[in-house]
Design a protein around this ligand. Structure first.
Ligand code: NAI
Length: 273
């Protein structure tokens, strides 16, 4: 059911690769809620072509941008304001990639060039988005910027490798820039810390299935789905959450506040019998 929450709002949505992508779901919901927006992804991701179907469904134009390139991001913001006919009200940062994780490099044997690349793509890119937006004065008052994070920023998960550092930095940038942009223009910046979700980035992590199931059993509500994450992002873009900023918001079915669940206790008891 649509509520018209984003009626009259203009946005930029990054990171839609295929229909499993969290950003894909956000784009569909944003359209449903009355927003107009542009879509962006790395030029290399365009080759997969799926984003064209989404663009068609959403009447959205695609502006390729490598999230590590300030020049590409400048083009993204200036083209978006031009195409959409005014300043931007919401931005989704849904970008993450670690070469070390992808290539199964152990945490004690990291390739540091890859690590720097991963931090640039997954975290510093949020700063680049915000700095470019501020310099171009591309965001409206009360605009809302949301980036996607994971609880490995707070707790260690052995399989998550150097993405943990990337997420910790991402959340820190959301706080620091959230303060700056809040003072300057009432712009708000938050991260949503999402449950494990079956997507290209998610399932690229070794042992993903086991940890998906663990989180499922830990969370009283079960793992939050991509579609529900999209609903939460839309509420963060809407005027109903105007005074929420500089927060890391858990969207995880209760996982982050659970010590151990009955399901897991039972599982271990059964194993020990
Ligand atoms: P996804 O693989 O569909 O999305 C990741 C996106 O990052 C892709 O569209 C990819 O093309 C883009 N990307 C990679 N390098 C880029 C670059 N240099 N420039 C521009 N874009 C680039 O996977 P998903 O899961 O939708 O990921 C979106 C965000 O959600 C990521 O930040 C991820 O870490 C985060 N997240 C995912 C969880 C999961 O279990 N899937 C859990 C919590 C957070």
């Amino acid at each position: 059911m649509a509520y018209g929450l984003l009626k009259g709002k203009r946005g930029i949505i990054s990171g839609a690769l295929d229909e499993n992508s969290i950003a894909w779901q956000v784009a569909l919901k944003a359209k449903e809620e009355g927003a107009i927006f542009t879509l962006t992804n790395a030029p290399i991701a365009m080759r997969m072509g799926a984003i064209n179907n989404l663009a068609e469904q959403c009447d959205a134009q695609i502006i390729p941008a490598d999230a590590t390139s300030v020049e590409d991001i400048e083009n993204l913001f200036s083209k978006s304001t031009e195409i959409l006919g005014g300043k931007i009200d919401f931005v989704l940062h849904s970008i993450g990639m670690s070469l070390n994780v992808r290539k199964n490099k152990e945490y004690g044997d990291l390739n540091y060039e890859w690590m720097q690349k991963g931090l640039d793509i997954s975290a510093i890119s949020l700063h680049k988005f915000l700095q470019v937006a501020e310099k171009q004065d591309a965001l409206n008052e009360w605009a809302s910027v949301v980036a996607l994070s994971y609880i490995a920023a707070q707790r260690t998960y052995s399989f998550y490798g150097d993405m943990a550092e990337a997420k910790a930095m991402l959340e820190s940038i959301a706080r620091s820039y959230g303060y700056r942009y809040g003072k300057a223009k009432n712009v708000r910046v938050n991260t949503i810390s999402q449950s494990p979700t079956v997507t290209k980035a998610g399932s690229g992590i070794e042992g993903f299935d086991a940890f998906y199931e663990f989180a499922q059993k830990m969370s009283p509500l079960g793992n939050a789905k991509a579609e529900d994450c999209a609903n939460y992002a839309i509420s963060m873009f809407s005027d109903l959450t105007r005074y929420v900023t500089m927060q890391n918001l858990y969207h995880d079915g209760g996982y982050s506040a659970t010590g151990i669940s009955e399901d897991l206790v039972q599982m271990i008891q059964q194993q020990n019998q």
